[in-house]
Design a protein around this ligand. Structure first.
Ligand code: NDP
Ligand code: PHD
Length: 338
């Protein structure tokens, strides 16, 4: 009989945690017992798994030695508190927060790009899942990096409100409703009104005037690609879209490459749906939302630079940007290491 695993999902009542539970079921991940965990606020609530009601437990009193794998998506400070406890108890933690991503002995993994790094889970029993904007960019750029080398990435993101959790989704809906009814919108989740607006700030500002979301794309690109020489110039922008992040990516390569060659590389690459015809470009709502692939279109030569390529990349930030990527890591983990 094939092996099944006892699995904890910390943040089970949240947007990412609920997607993790759904996708575990969709991908038929071999779960023996599922332990949905959250704070005392929602302990006792029921969630559905494989058609049955399962009770949400308080992470504070949970014994992680009952589990072999833990998916954590309850914010950085919650991971900081519980991940070492779970890891010490023998549970391999796959952490969706930014808490451990930049620690040298903790692997940061996009399975299509650096699945080999999973082996380093043994250092701390923790594997970090990258930032959603970084994940989709890495999937799209890895085949080009391998073929001709990437010298520089210029990227502007168009990130949906679901990246900021359930309360942000509700805020966009409420603000639209208020404005269309002639009422004043309430602003809480973001620094500005998001309905019918775009906000060039995601996460907090750093001393260098970039936001933390932008710097994550720099730091994480280096670690995942294993190449500190790649220059990354990001601008991260929140847009009034519910699900799916878009990215306008421009790269400068070491060796020249034509747009048609890029299309051929991406057509053969794992995890990518290439939309090669110019009129057939992908959008967040029309293509990415609810899907696990990274969608790439608008691939074209840069008319201003001999080694430049432009492309448009979209993915579901809650699925490939968080939940699906974590489960893909776990699939490699159980296949190769547990
Ligand atoms: N949304 C996204 O696209 C991405 C999110 N992430 C990460 O995942 C985290 C969660 O995101 P998201 O699901 O969108 O957020 P939500 O706000 O929708 O959910 C937060 C979850 O965390 C739980 N939680 C909060 N504080 C505690 C605590 N002290 N102890 C135990 N559980 C707690 C909540 O439980 P309760 O019901 O008890 O409040 C809830 O289940 C983010 O903070 C981020 O670090 C990572 C990548 C992408
Ligand atoms: N910052 C992302 C979502 C997120 O939670 O990212 P991180 O896991 O890097 O904190 C967004 O707002 O779209």
């Amino acid at each position: 009989m094939s092996q099944a695993f006892d699995v904890a999902v910390l943040g089970a009542t949240g947007l990412v945690g609920q997607n993790i539970i759904e996708i575990l079921e969709q991908r038929e991940f071999p779960v023996n017992t599922l332990y949905p965990l959250a704070s005392a606020r929602s302990a006792g609530e029921k969630i559905k798994f494989k058609g049955k009601d399962v009770t949400v437990l308080d992470a504070e009193t949970f014994d992680f030695s009952k589990t072999q794998i833990g998916f954590f998506s309850a914010g950085g400070s919650t991971s900081a508190k519980y991940a070492p406890i779970a890891a010490e108890a023998g549970c391999v933690v796959i952490d969706n927060t930014s808490q451990f991503r930049y620690e040298a002995d903790i692997p940061l993994v996009v399975p299509e790009v650096n699945a080999h790094a999973i082996a380093d889970f043994r250092n701390r029993n923790i594997i970090a899942n990258p930032n959603c904007s970084t994940i989709q960019m890495m999937v799209a750029l890895k085949p080009i990096q391998d073929a001709v080398g990437i010298a520089r990435i210029n990227v502007a993101t168009y990130q949906s409100v679901s990246g900021a959790g359930r309360s942000a989704i509700e805020e966009l809906a409420k603000q639209c409703n208020a404005l269309l009814s002639g009422r004043e919108p309430q602003v809480e989740a973001f620094s500005r009104q998001i309905a019918f607006n775009v906000i060039p700030q995601i996460d907090v500002f750093q001393n260098n005037d970039y936001t933390k979301e932008e710097m994550k794309m720099v730091w994480e690109t280096h670690k995942i690609m294993g190449d500190e020489s790649i220059l990354v110039n990001p601008t991260a922008v929140r847009v009034p879209v519910f699900y799916g992040h878009g990215e306008a990516i421009h790269i400068e390569t070491h060796q020249p490459i034509d747009a048609e060659e890029v299309k051929a590389l991406l057509a053969a690459a794992p995890g990518i749906t290439l939309m090669a015809n110019r009129e057939d470009f992908p959008t967040q709502v029309g293509n990415a939302s609810g899907k696990d692939d990274v969608f790439v279109g608008r691939i074209r030569n840069d008319i201003s630079h001999p080694n430049g390529i432009n492309m448009w990349v979209v993915a579901d930030n809650v699925r490939k940007g968080a939940a699906t990527n974590s489960i893909q890591i776990a699939e490699h983990l159980i296949r190769d290491y547990l």
